[in-house]
Ligand binder design. Structure first.
Ligand code: PDD
Length: 282
């Protein structure tokens, strides 16, 4: 895996030979969007909603979609097959392309398309069984967090904040209300009910958002999306985070204090098991 085959602008090439211009707007401005699709047993998991979101992100930032739906699906499969690891994750990125550095859109740049599949290292048994720690921070990102943009400096700083505090994730609050992690959605359990922040411009709607909602229904856990105040988060019985690469994890410590009983709770355990079943059934 030192020199995997990657996709760059219509060709499969070894990573070491994949070169882009320093004038690429992804490099200069973070002017691009991306997707991360997990692949289990050679099959992309929840591919359709991932490709829906890719199309939505492109439309939001007004980059012309370079490929048809079938071409995207074929590319994901091709990269996953080339990777040869199970599970793996496919990363796709589209930037506005190469042009002299001017902030406004160039008239005729061609989008740069990059894709790579890498082995997916899922959280180990200790993290699943014992849960993880999180810290909190004010959400200082822009107000278009619903776009899966490669402009991730705000998220990078929050991931670093977690790393420097021996935590797996930083849970963010905007004006006293929960938004999301640096690279995950956040779920709050109270009295057997599940809550998550509304799907709006302040969070990225994870593909696991709808999935977890469906798994809640299957497990008999009532779910509602609504604004969640900071005090509610700190008084939660359970906190969960979800993402393509973390799947679903229990947060058992927040800013050094135990969450609920301080161990992964029954709602986490039910949803984790349901998630594993959903993977197997895909
Ligand atoms: N991140 N919110 C943010 C800010 C994220 O970056 C992610 C995922 C999610 C969860 O989305 P999903 O369930 O579709 O993975 C929520 C990916 C994994 C990443 O940036 O690598």
């Amino acid at each position: 895996m030192d020199n995997p085959i990657v996709w760059l602008n219509g060709e499969l090439v070894p990573l070491a030979d994949a070169k882009i211009s320093v004038l690429d707007r992804g490099f200069l401005f973070g002017d691009g969007i991306y997707e991360v699709v997990p692949v289990y047993a050679g099959k992309p998991f929840r591919l359709a909603p991932h490709l829906d979101r890719l199309e939505r992100s492109l439309a939001e930032v007004r980059i012309a979609n370079p490929y048809s739906r079938d071409e995207w699906a074929a590319l994901v499969q091709r990269l996953a097959d080339a990777c040869g690891s199970d599970p793996c994750s496919v990363y796709l990125q589209v930037t506005r392309g190469v042009a002299p550095r001017q902030h406004a859109f160039p008239r005729d740049a061609k989008p740069t398309v990059y894709g790579i599949a890498t082995p997916l290292t899922l959280p180990n048994a200790e993290k699943v069984e014992q849960g993880v720690a999180a810290v909190t921070h004010e959400d200082r990102r822009w107000q278009n967090c619903h776009i899966k943009s490669t402009s991730l400096l705000g998220n990078v700083l929050m991931a670093q904040h977690a790393a420097e505090n021996d935590a797996m994730e930083t849970l963010q609050f905007r004006g006293g209300f929960l938004t999301e992690g640096s690279s995950s959605n956040v779920w709050v359990v109270k009295n057997g009910q599940m809550f998550a922040p509304p799907r709006d411009n302040l969070i990225l709607e994870g593909i696991r958002y709808t999935l977890l909602e469906q798994l809640c229904a299957a497990c008999g856990v009532p779910f509602s999306a609504r604004a969640i105040g900071e005090a509610e988060v700190r008084a939660a019985d359970e906190l969960l985070i979800t993402s393509a690469t973390k799947e679903v994890l229990a947060v058992v410590q927040l800013d050094g204090k135990p969450v609920g009983a301080g161990v992964p709770g029954p709602v986490f355990r039910a949803l984790y098991a349901a998630y594993q079943r959903a993977k197997g059934a895909a």
